[in-house]
Write a protein that binds this ligand. Sequence first.
Ligand code: DQA
Length: 149
Amino acid sequence: MSRLVYVLNGPNLNLLGKRQPEIYGRETLADIEKACRLLAGELKLDLEFHQSNREYEIIDWIHEARGRAVGLIINPAAFTHTSVAILDALNAYDGPVIEVHLSNVHKREAFRHHSYVSLRADGVIAGFGGQGYELALRRIARLIEPKAA
Ligand code: DQA
C-alpha cells in the first residue's frame, strides 16, 4: 500500500527565511523540507514536496495526488484566503488533508481569519512555525493506521 504524502506550499514561501522573518522565522523552505524528509523516514512515509507561486500548479499537484497519495499537507499561503479553485480541487481528493500555516493567522489581519481550505481540511495547524509541518506528518501517519482516531 502507498505511504506517499504530498506537501504543497503556495506563493512567496520560496522566500522563507528572508521574507518578514519576524513573522515567518529564519528557517528556509529547504530547512523545512529537510526536517520533513527526516521525520518521514522515521514514520516510513514517502514525500512529494513542492512549492509554487502559481495557483494552477498547486491545483495540478492536488489532482496528481488523487488515487496516489495517502494524505496531503498544504500551506496555501495567500491562496488560503482567496482560492475557491484550490478548495474545489481538495474536495476532489479523498484522503486526509491538513492545512498548515507558519504564523498564527488568527492573531493577524482580519482578512487572514477566513480560509477556504479550512472548509475541506481535516485539521488546521497555525503558529507553530516550520514545526507545524512535522506535526501534520505525524497526524497523517496516525490517520492512516488501521482503526485510526
Ligand atoms: C501563511 C499565512 C498567510 O496568510 C500568508 O499569506 C502566507 C503564509 C503562513 O504560513 O503563516 O503567505 O500561510
